[in-house]
Design a protein around this ligand. Structure first.
Ligand code: SF4
Length: 397
């Protein structure tokens, strides 16, 4: 069997336009009743402070690492999506959780917090292109294909945290677990330990990020590229034969991150020429050839820690979201550490960037005025099975 090509497929949804004046009829779920302040309003910072002070302990603002500085300034806590959801659960006195991140993160926070806590996403159009690449219908169809090929019984789904609540619930229903980029290896080892018999041995259906799945299997666990196949939801039977499914160990969903998927082998070569002695540090959502050419690979928290522990005078090219890289570059400049972005072209996460100060002010002022806006609420049935999958992750050895 030959390895699947490591190409990047087009995003099924058009990238969303930024800006107050953009056409809301083309944006999913955008609804900002009341007055959204203009980005040029000079009083935005003061208004955010005043609304937050008025709400006091009733509000807890979470800021994902990829958020803009102007938003991070108002975060009570920063972190990756899973850490933030747990931080929210640990603050039961906070009636409102304002999640400055993207939709799937707010869903996870709703799943992990108590019934009395209400999760708010300041802009409902802040989605995630990766999470959107696996819909509930597509994944149900994939499971039918695996059943038809006689491999569903020996397959355990493992879904990345960056997936919708529906996909997490599918994972829980079918005996699988969620993983983060920090514990993907442990999740895969656990999953392979669940099903060892049957056609071709145990298998994992890894959703929705093919790169994290492939990098973990090949780089961290010693599998070969030939052990991995890519299921393409836009092709009949995922573009795979029953025999390919039977032979594979890792069935990778054809999804990727629009930000990390941009880094290329050329980016690595170019930065090594441009910055002699540079250490290349990338996130495992990058393509396999980028990860293979890098010096260090790890989650967002790993990237932050590695730069903190780096010696003065060291040089780093970092392959992750630009808001975070800029912040880290500024933070470590005084310590004599040089931190540059891995690619020459600017690449923010466009949906993360939808949460800006005007939307945050609007959300906080609405809450302070007693109006609950942009609530993210997962239905009970979905929550039950998504939570099961999340709890399996928490119980990983
Ligand atoms: S950085 Fe990638 S995975 Fe994260 S929210 Fe943006 S598109 Fe999704």
């Amino acid at each position: 069997m030959t390895a699947q090509p490591l190409d990047v497929q087009p995003t099924p949804l058009a990238l969303l336009l930024l800006g107050r004046e953009s056409d809301t009829s083309s944006e999913r779920g955008v609804d900002c009743p009341g007055d959204l302040p203009a980005p040029s309003d000079p009083d935005l910072v003061e208004r955010a402070r005043a609304a937050k002070a008025k709400l006091g302990e009733r509000v807890f603002v979470l800021g994902h690492h990829y958020q803009r500085d102007e938003v991070i300034e108002f975060a009570d806590v920063t972190g990756d999506s899973f850490k933030l959801a747990r931080d929210a659960a640990a603050r039961p006195e906070a009636e409102y959780i304002v999640f400055c991140g993207v939709h799937f993160m707010a869903e996870s926070a709703d799943i992990l917090t108590s019934a009395g806590q209400q999760v708010v996403l300041p802009d409902l159009a802040a989605g995630c292109s990766m999470a959107d690449m696996a819909t509930a219908e597509q994944v149900a169809e994939c499971w039918d294909v695996l059943t038809e090929a006689g491999v569903a019984d020996v397959t355990v789904p493992v879904s990345y945290m960056n997936s919708s609540a529906d996909i997490k619930a599918f994972t829980g229903r079918h005996g699988g677990t969620i993983c983060t980029s920090s514990n993907a290896r442990r999740a895969l080892e656990w999953a392979f330990g669940q099903k060892t018999a049957g056609a071709g041995g145990g298998k994992v259906l890894f959703l929705p990020d093919q790169h994290l799945g492939r990098n973990t299997a090949v780089r961290d666990m010693g599998m070969s590229l030939e052990d991995c196949v890519v299921y393409n939801p836009h092709k009949p039977n995922g573009g795979l034969t029953a025999q390919q499914l039977r032979d594979a160990k890792m069935i990778l969903w054809r999804g990727h991150c629009s930000v990390h998927g941009r880094f290329s082998l050329d980016s690595v070569r170019e930065v090594r020429d441009r910055v002699p002695g540079v250490n290349v540090l990338v996130h495992p959502e990058c393509k396999h050839e980028v990860v293979a050419a890098a010096d260090y690979v790890g989650s967002t928290e790993y990237i932050i820690r590695t730069l903190e522990e780096a010696p003065a005078g060291s040089k780093w090219a970092v392959g992750t979201e630009l808001n975070l890289v800029r912040r880290l570059a500024n933070r470590h400049a005084d310590e004599g550490k040089e931190v540059v972005f891995l690619d020459r072209t600017v690449c923010f996460c466009s949906t993360m960037n939808r949460i800006d100060l005007p939307h945050l002010v609007w959300a906080l002022e609405s809450l302070a005025d007693g109006r609950l806006v942009n609530r993210i609420q997962v239905d009970d049935e979905t929550e039950k099975f998504a939570k099961l999958a999340l709890e399996r992750m928490l119980a990983l050895p």
